[in-house]
Ligand binder design. Structure first.
Ligand code: GH3
Ligand code: MG
Ligand code: MG
Length: 351
């Protein structure tokens, strides 16, 4: 974790493991005099327990201990995937090459021979703490890259790729457990005119504020993502179609009531249209058809005046779809050619 403030870094915490109390005390006094914080363990079991609960920054581990020896302790600590990287320096007898080899093979990061030369010990401790800091930095960067790869840069919402992964996952989960799952598509009305009249930056500001509204209205377990330019998708696990429609209606009203503030200090009002679909539903067989259903409902909302919520399979929805085209139940692709409604808006839609 990066520290932004100037609080002093706490001292590194070193777990000293040795079955001889005198050795422990000697090492403890020496390391504490150098400003390290110490914890101690008198056997292998204690060492593992301390490593797991206290998460020390480094372990100074005696190899020769009764019951659980240092080699086995190393193997268990290094084999525990739940633990972060904790460097282990083994303390071995001067002449025991076998112990050194076995210990390093078990995952120890370094060793020091007994009797311990303290200047050498301190240097090895510093080296291992440096390695640990590097490992942590790499992990921090990896987490940051993962976060960036799933986030939409403008709004901070889930990006489309990540959203689609969650969609598949949540749909499968709902199917397996027989739970409800709803999808809401939301698209700003006449958004192009914001860019045209106020500029692209103003448009960006509107998108960011819309994202905030969506996040505020959504529950903790919902996922809110940017599906396309000014189109957003919300995944509502556990929500019945009815409650998803109620939810979308609430979001619609709060967008309508919101004064969007632009970078130049002006304010403006916008509206959005919504399409809602839910699973299980007799006409929906898979995840693709669920999304298509929500998307088609959104287009019906656009065609029937905007600033509206349209529910899939409602009489209104069906009145605007091509009669007899029950293609939601097919495992078809999400393509315009198979779409059951005319998006051109009207007359030619009904045969
Ligand atoms: P409708 O009510 O039918 O949805 O009309 P609309 O104008 O919202 O839809 P249209 O698809 O014609 O235009 C979408 C506009 O969204 C066009 C595009 O420039 C704008 N847009 C898409 N992504 C961004 C973005 O990241 N920033 C800004 N400022 N505008 C964007
Ligand atoms: Mg011993
Ligand atoms: Mg739009």
């Amino acid at each position: 974790m990066g520290r932004e403030d100037d609080t002093p870094t706490p001292p590194a915490r070193i777990l000293i493991v040795d079955d001889h109390e005198d050795n422990v005390e000697l090492l403890r006094a020496r390391l504490e005099a150098r400003g390290y914080a110490t914890l101690t363990a008198a056997d292998g079991e204690q060492a593992i327990a301390a490593a797991e609960t206290a998460l020390p920054d480094l372990i100074l581990l005696d190899v020769m201990m009764p019951k659980l020896d240092g080699i086995e302790v190393t193997r268990r600590i290094k084999g525990n995937q739940a633990l972060p990287f904790i460097p282990i320096i083994m303390q071995t007898a001067l002449d025991s090459t076998a112990d050194k080899v076995e210990g390093l093979d078990a995952g120890a990061d370094d060793y020091i021979t007994k009797p311990i030369n303290f200047a050498e010990l301190e240097a090895r401790v510093r080296t291992q703490l440096r390695v640990k800091a590097l490992v942590e930095e790499v992990e921090r960067q990896k987490r940051e890259l993962e976060r960036i790869s799933r986030t939409d840069a403008l709004t901070g919402l889930d990006n489309r790729r990540y959203l689609e992964e969650r969609l598949d996952e949540q749909f499968e989960h709902a199917k397996r457990l027989g739970e409800n799952f709803s999808v809401v598509m939301c698209d700003l009305d006449k958004f192009k005119s914001v860019n045209d009249s106020y500029g692209h930056q103003a448009g960006d500001a509107v998108l960011q504020q819309l994202a905030t509204i969506l996040l505020d209205e959504a529950r903790e377990i919902d996922r809110v993502g940017r599906y396309g330019g000014e189109e957003f998708m919300l995944l509502l696990p556990g929500a019945q179609l009815d409650s998803a429609v109620t939810f979308a209606e609430r979001v619609r009203r709060s967008i309508e009531a919101h004064e969007f503030s632009l970078p130049d200090g002006q304010t403006l009002r916008r509206t959005a249209s919504f399409g809602v679909a839910g699973w299980p539903h007799p006409r929906i067989r898979n995840c693709d058809s669920l999304v298509r259903a929500a998307d088609d409902a959104l287009y019906v909302a656009k065609e029937t005046g905007r600033n509206r919520v349209v529910r899939f399979d409602s009489p209104e929805f069906n009145a605007h779809t091509v009669a007899g085209d029950g293609d939601y139940s097919a495992a078809g692709t999400h393509s315009a050619a198979t779409a059951p409604i005319s998006r051109a808006g009207g007359a030619e839609a009904t045969p």
